[in-house]
Structures are given as structure tokens and as C-alpha cells.
Ligand binder design. Structure first.
Ligand SMILES: Cc1ncc(COP(=O)(O)O)c(C=O)c1O
Length: 355
């Protein structure tokens, strides 16, 4: 190829796009932290009714923003809606471009897209290693310098499922020098049960914090691509300017509004997750497999030096889990909590392969 490609793009790892494996029936999909259940019947009904209107551009995002404002005690102007929370990560990086301030801080290991997006937009990335699988915010503070512009915090952290506390977060925010945006990605927040989990929405008016949430996980709308972010109003208005006007499609907006309204459905998803987590913990203990207690819909387990081979053998049995070699944890895998049937399929196969 004749075109020269900038180093910032050449350095981005290339994977053939997302998990096409397992899209057909017969696979047990425990690799991508999806929701194993179909969305609320209210979501399906609302989308069916809307099908006849797709000749129009999407309705305004104001309805959904209003519903979110009500839920979190903020104003509609505090919210952004995105094509997945991934879009919010990119739009924030675009809006925060600032001469001489090109530093981004991420934890290691954490969700890979922060680093990828930061590189694409020309930032320099500094990583802060986790401490016994937990993020110590004090260590993040130590890495801040005069070039730091954006700090990504993932809470609960993917792939560990661990959290930092409200108290630690509040102290961290207070100690923050000016001109830095903290993006706190709470994609799995609905699953977190620890009462120390931060009340991040209460900080957005006082501190430069962008809270990210998604409808992809607990609400089961991953295929529709919709997420949201909350921040102080003027910051929201600048980020909004860097976003495509209709990046979120009509079906996604309608589905998200309906999903938010069905607390019972959400409750049953969370209950299944609680039971699945407990089932996994008990089974791993019985098998003598080390695991990290998780505040999310997945569990990190240490299976040993043959973790990659084990993942491959499970794949041959049409069971998808995530080997964590790319996260520098070659002895570990991450398993999503699925339906009870899927959890059992995985565990029985694991037992047989380790026997
Ligand atoms: C921590 C984290 N943030 C964001 C996302 C992406 O979410 P969305 O589907 O809303 O783009 C994921 C998906 O796995 C994730 O693990």
C-alpha cells in the first residue's frame, strides 16, 4: 500500500472486528460480559411500534435525558447520549484536546479501549499498575504531571471486577490539580452491591468528572449500541459539539427509555447475576481455583500456565471465555456470568478438562 500511516494509528492493535464467533445458536457466550437475557418485553413492544417510523431521523434525545435526570437527581443538560459508552470515550478525548496537555492516565490492566482511543487521538498514555488487582487512587495521583489531561478510571474494573470506594474517590477528586478531566466508566455499576461503591453522579457539578454508563450490560441492549454520560452542563455542551448529531439511532433511544422504566426486569437480571456469581464462587472454591470476588457480571479466575490452551479447548466445545494474555495476565481468564444453564455448561466442561 502506498499511503503512509501515522505512528499513532500504526501502534493500534488490530483485531478482526468483534466476536463474530458464536453469533449462531449452539454457542455458550461467556467472553464479552453481555447480558444473557433478552431485554424487557416493554423494550420489544416499544421497538415494534417504532418500526413504522424509521423513515424519520431519530427523535430528540431530550426524553431520555429527562428520564435519566429524574433518576439521578440532575438536570437533562447534565447528560450526553452516545452510540454505546464507547462513543463517549472518543467524544471526550476529542473535546478535551488542548495544546501542551497530551497526557492520559489509565490503570493496567483495564478496559483496553481507553488506551486505543487515546492513541488514535494523539495522546501519550501512562499506565498505573493495579495493586493486588485493585486500583489505588493514590498511585494515580502520583503519576499526574503538568501534561496530564484525561484520567480514565474503570469502576468496577474490567477485567478484575474490583472497585474503589466512594471515600477514596472523593479524596482523589479533591486532590486533583486543575485542567484534568476524570472519566469514570461505570459500565457495570448496576451489578455492584458493595455499599462503598461511589455515588459518582453527586460529584459532577463540583468536579471535572464525566460519569459513563451503558445500556449494554444490565439493561441487555448491547446490540443496539447506546450509553450515556453525565457531567457539569458547560462541559456537556462542549463534548456534545464533537459528536455526530444522529449517532444514536431511533430504536436505541426508544428501547433505552422503555428499559429504564422496567425496574422489575432489571431486578431479575441482577438477581440472576447474584445467584450466578455465588454458584461460580462455590464451584471454584470446591475445585481449588483462585478467583477474585467481583462487583460485576464476570469473574476473573486464575487457572494456571495452561490458561490459553484451556480457553482454546473450551472454544472447540463452543464455549467462549476470555483469556487474559492481552491484559498481561496469561494465567487468568475472565468468565461472564450467563444463565444458570450456561454457567453449568462452562463449569462441567472446565471440570472435565482439568480432570
Ligand atoms: C468497562 C467498559 N466500558 C465500556 C464498554 C463498552 O460499552 P458500550 O457497549 O456501551 O460501548 C465495555 C464493554 O465491554 C466495558 O467493559
Amino acid at each position: 500500500m502506498k499511503l503512509s500511516i501515522d505512528d499513532s494509528i500504526q501502534g493500534v492493535p488490530y483485531y478482526p472486528k468483534a466476536a463474530l464467533y458464536g453469533a449462531d445458536a449452539g454457542w455458550t457466550r461467556l467472553a464479552s460480559n453481555e447480558n444473557a437475557y433478552a431485554p424487557s418485553p416493554r423494550v420489544i413492544e416499544a421497538m415494534v411500534n417504532a418500526l413504522f417510523e424509521v423513515n424519520r431521523y431519530p427523535e430528540s434525545e431530550l426524553d431520555l435525558k429527562g428520564a435519566l435526570a429524574l433518576r439521578y437527581g440532575l438536570r437533562s443538560q447534565n447528560f450526553l447520549i452516545g452510540n454505546g459508552s464507547n462513543e463517549m470515550i472518543e467524544t471526550a478525548l476529542r473535546a478535551l484536546k488542548f495544546k501542551g496537555r497530551t497526557g492520559v492516565i489509565v490503570a493496567e490492566p483495564t478496559f483496553a479501549f481507553y488506551r486505543i482511543a487515546a492513541k488514535i487521538y494523539g495522546y501519550d498514555v501512562t499506565s498505573v499498575p493495579l495493586d493486588s488487582f485493585r486500583l489505588d487512587l493514590g498511585r494515580v495521583t502520583e503519576r499526574i504531571d503538568e501534561r496530564t489531561r484525561v484520567i480514565f478510571l474503570c469502576n468496577p474494573n474490567n477485567p478484575t471486577g474490583t472497585i474503589f470506594s466512594d471515600r477514596a474517590f472523593a479524596a482523589f477528586l479533591k486532590s486533583l490539580p486543575p485542567e484534568i478531566l476524570v472519566v469514570v466508566d461505570e459500565a457495570y455499576a448496576e451489578f455492584a452491591e458493595d455499599r462503598l461503591f461511589p455515588r459518582s453522579f453527586t460529584y459532577v457539578d463540583e468536579h471535572p468528572v464525566l460519569v459513563l454508563r451503558t445500556f449494554s450490560k444490565a439493561y441487555g441492549l448491547a446490540g443496539l449500541r447506546i450509553g450515556y454520560a453525565a457531567a457539569e452542563e458547560s462541559l456537556v455542551s462542549f463534548i456534545e459539539r464533537t459528536k455526530q448529531p444522529f449517532s444514536v439511532n431511533m430504536m436505541a433511544l426508544i428501547a433505552a427509555k422503555a428499559a429504564l422504566s422496567d425496574e422489575r426486569h432489571l431486578g431479575s437480571v441482577l438477581e440472576n447475576n447474584r445467584k450466578g456469581r455465588k454458584y461460580f464462587y462455590d464451584a471454584f472454591e470446591a475445585l481449588g481455583i483462585e478467583f477474585l470476588p467481583s462487583q460485576a457480571n464476570f469473574v476473573l479466575i486464575k487457572v494456571g500456565p495452561d490458561a490459553e490452551a484451556l480457553t482454546g479447548r473450551l472454544f472447540e466445545k463452543k464455549i467462549l471465555i476470555r483469556w487474559l494474555g492481552a491484559y498481561n495476565l496469561p494465567e487468568c481468564v475472565r468468565v461472564t456470568i450467563g444463565t444458570m444453564v450456561e454457567n453449568k455448561v462452562f463449569l462441567e466442561a472446565l471440570k472435565r478438562l482439568r480432570a
